[in-house]
Design a protein around this ligand. Structure first.
Ligand code: CA
Length: 525
């Protein structure tokens, strides 16, 4: 492998119709750099940033991914640096008159014979880890629960070697909120469905304060918890296991801790009896998202994830993509790929709901792209969206989830969530993922305590510097050392290894995880 700095000037053009391309070389290129086809830079261009492949007049369309990502605000000669300050952003596509289920991609050949070792649950779902999760109805109990969890880890967990971890599902919801407002269903069902994530084995236990608005029965009404085999024949319903801190029986802080630990031990014993078994790859439920993106995200990591997404669909698995604000500008590509008019209409409904939500807050559409995105070469949300959508691969979109809903089908699903990394991850957990794929270009140490997160670097430079945080280096695609297909297969195989517990992700190794962040569009009181 040649040293990155000695490589000849290289640009990457995505589509033949594009009039801009991005500079691939580490450290960028200086004025005068000459590409193999004779193009000469007339500006210094940082790595990942765009160069004009043709003379652009003021007002000319700037085309990347064969999509207009902006208009030149001044004349830009061939070889110029094309960045956000010389571009005007196009308006978002209207939600009327979109193509509905017009594209019928050729059926992908089934992928058979791939398996992993997972924990089969009573409801049929499969976990990739064996974790005791302690649900909380309200933030008030977070400190007590965390205290108890530390003692459970130190004193109880060693007695149950088949249990991987104990996780407190801490959040900021539960009281001081408009709990009867129509949109309150979103945070409530998110918490409910996270408690039922396949990695928790159906062993639900709740810590409640007592006086909060979100009462345990409201969070988990009778009938929502599947009955595990261990409860035996004849069980008709699982009674909700609640430790209520305000219960009269509690005298002193330690009596609360004792109650939580006593109940935890019951669930730990049942979890400890579980064993991994060989299950088909179709039992994977994978959430994909990106964060800290750069111009390489849409060239290396996201296309490789898109290829792996197709492999998952071919294997009969469930894979979901999300991040409404980052696909909104490509909605026409998505509605045309819907498997049915109903799926396309559901997607439009989610986009319209989100448009209204953003409008209520008078959101500046240009504010999605962060300073880091722009530094990495992504000029605006349109360019970012095109690079984000490729994570969804090429399969038909067969289902749509509203925020916080649980997935109940196989195939490629659009799970509507905000693009915020932590909120998207939280909502995908509620949707029932047992594995999370996260691509990053700028770099983020993102992780979740509840499911393994496989992180994919978009550039070799990041993969080298963050060698003990990034699990896969998709930058090899830009270096010419691997193809999109190579990295896609590597990722698919790594997913089976990680889901089986044969490999740990770097985030798991270092125990890095972010907080659960609920999406609450309803008022706080
Ligand atoms: Ca994100």
């Amino acid at each position: 492998m040649a040293d990155a700095n000695t490589r000849p000037p290289l640009y990457i053009r995505i589509h033949a119709a594009d009039n801009v391309a991005i500079v691939a070389n580490d450290g960028g290129l200086k004025t005068g750099a000459t590409f193999a086809d004779g193009l000469v830079l007339v500006d210094n261009v940082p790595q990942g940033h765009k160069v004009a492949l043709a003379d652009l007049a003021e007002g000319d369309a700037i085309v990347r991914y064969n999509v207009v990502i902006g208009y030149a605000q001044k004349s830009l000669p061939r070889g110029s640096w094309v960045h956000e300050r010389v571009m005007r952003m196009p308006t978002a596509p209207e939600l009327d008159g979109l193509p509905i289920a017009t594209v019928k991609p050729p059926a992908l050949p089934p992928l058979e014979g791939y398996t992993f070792e997972g924990y089969r649950n009573a409801d049929g779902s499969v976990g990739s880890r064996n974790i005791l999760a302690i649900t909380q109805t309200v933030q008030c109990v977070a400190g007590v629960t965390e205290f108890a969890v530390q003692r459970i880890k130190a004193e109880l967990l060693p007695k149950f070697p088949n249990v991987d971890d104990v996780v407190a599902l801490e959040h900021s919801y539960g009281c001081g909120v408009a709990i009867d407002a129509p949109d309150a269903i979103i945070p409530i069902r998110t918490l409910r469905n996270i408690s039922l994530n396949p990695n928790f084995g159906g062993e639900v236990m709740v810590v409640s304060l007592g006086c909060e608005k979100l009462q345990p029965e409201r969070l988990l009404p009778p009938g929502t918890i599947p009955i595990t085999d261990q409860r035996g024949e004849g069980a008709t319903d699982a009674a909700l296991d609640v430790v209520c801190l305000q219960d009269d029986a509690h005298v002193g802080f330690m009596s609360m801790i004792d109650s939580v630990m006593r109940q935890a031990e019951v669930h730990l014993a049942r979890l400890n009896a579980r064993r991994r078994e060989t299950v088909p790859a179709s039992e994977l439920v994978v959430g994909v998202q990106c964060g800290g993106s750069d111009a390489f995200s849409g060239v290396t990591a996201n296309p490789a994830v898109g290829f792996a997404t197709d492999l998952l669909v071919r294997a009969g698995a469930t894979v979901m993509f999300s991040e409404t604000t980052e696909v909104r500008d490509g909605i026409d590509q998505l509605t045309s790929r819907a498997s049915s008019p109903e799926v396309a209409e559901a997607m439009i409904r989610e986009m319209a709901w989100y448009d209204a939500y953003l409008q209520k807050g008078r959101v500046d559409r240009s504010a999605n792209t962060t300073p880091g995105n722009k530094k990495g070469g992504l000029s605006n949300i349109v360019e970012k969206a095109m690079g984000s959508i490729v994570k969804s691969g090429s399969a038909p979109i067969t289902g749509v989830l509203s925020p916080g809903e649980k997935v109940r089908q196989k195939g490629l699903i659009y799970a509507a969530t905000p693009a915020s990394d932590f909120i998207c991850g939280t909502l995908q957990l509620a949707a029932g993922i047992n594995l999370h794929i996260f691509t990053t270009g700028r770099g983020t140490p993102y992780g979740l305590a509840e499911v393994p997160v496989i992180k994919v670097a978009t550039r070799s430079d990041l993969a080298r510097r963050w060698h003990d945080l990034m699990d896969v280096n998709a930058g090899r695609i830009a270096d010419g050392d691997a193809t999109i297909e190579d990295v896609g297969w590597e990722l698919f195989r790594l997913m089976l290894d990680v889901a089986s517990g044969r490999k740990k992700t770097w985030a798991e190794h270092w125990k890095l995880h972010n907080a659960l962040v609920l999406f609450n569009p309803a008022p706080v009181t």
